[in-house]
Design a protein around this ligand. Structure first.
Ligand code: URA
Length: 268
């Protein structure tokens, strides 16, 4: 059993690793008297569930329907933020400290979309502020982009407990908010950070190694609901946590940053 648990953990952490997300070490397994138990040793938790969250479970389909309606009802960023903060995303939001939505300048030409908050982001309520976020800041600072001219958000607004992989349903549930977020920011360029964010937004199932550095397109819904559509360029990039772990990818990353800088210059 212990082997199975180890294999399951390795498979999951491999998934995260490929996505470029920080992976926590495997929890220690308790040994029962007969040496066979594989139950994780329980950590003492002092955290209480947030008082304003109903723990009653709703079917995922109804949450998704609700997300679509609520997202399209948000007419400005303030409303969207408040809608997301009050949204009941089931286990995902129940186990998080708070919703993590965005940082940076909403008037930026460039909008970065990462994957999901980690532990530091969950505590602070801001995306990309942990070690990989600090590296992300350095990467973009090298082409003179920082919080004054970048807007940074994620594809999932709550930290999946223990950095587990968000389920497909959870990603789908956040997607209407992500689309609305993009429509309200109306950036000139989108940069998707990491495999999951890139696949999710571009609606493809290609690995990040093949996707990165190749410009794709995203069609922005018009926030006023009219039929006119705007298509913007999307650049998929490696996740900074992945680059930190595989320094050999820094060269590709630098290539992508230069490509972004060039595209930005051409749009000014
Ligand atoms: N990784 C992400 O993709 N987003 C964050 O906010 C932090 C780490």
């Amino acid at each position: 059993m212990q082997d199975e648990a180890t294999k399951a953990y390795q498979s999951l952490s491999g998934w995260w690793d490929e996505a470029g997300v920080d992976v926590e070490p495997m929890p220690k397994l308790a040994k029962a008297k007969n040496g066979k138990s594989d139950k994780p040793i329980k950590q003492q938790s002092t955290a209480l569930p947030p008082a304003n969250k109903t723990l009653a479970s709703k079917p995922t389909a109804s949450r998704l329907k609700e997300a679509v309606k609520l997202a399209s009802d948000a007419n400005d960023l303030e409303q969207l933020y408040s809608t997301i903060r009050n949204f009941d995303a089931g286990t995902l939001s129940h186990s998080a400290t708070q919703a993590v939505i965005a940082r940076g300048n909403p008037k930026s030409y460039v909008m970065l979309i990462g994957e999901a908050p980690g532990i530091e982001e969950d505590e602070a309520g801001k995306p990309f502020i942990g070690p990989s976020g600090q590296f992300l800041d350095k990467m973009f600072a090298s082409i003179e982009l920082d919080e004054k001219n970048l807007y940074i958000t994620n594809s999932v607004f709550w930290r999946p407990k223990g950095n587990r992989k968000p389920t497909d349903e959870e990603m789908q549930m956040c997607l209407p908010f992500v689309h609305r977020h993009i429509a309200l920011i109306a950036p000139k360029i989108l940069v998707t950070i990491g495999a999951n964010s890139s696949k999710n937004l571009l609606g493809v199932d290609t690995g990040i190694t093949r996707l990165r550095g190749k410009w794709g397109q995203y069609t922005i819904e018009n926030p006023d609901g009219s039929d006119s559509k705007t298509t913007i360029p999307v650049l998929p990039m490696f996740h900074p946590a992945f680059v930190l772990r595989k320094p050999v990818t820094k060269r590709d990353c630098w290539h992508d940053l230069l490509s972004l800088q060039e595209m930005l210059e051409s749009l000014k």
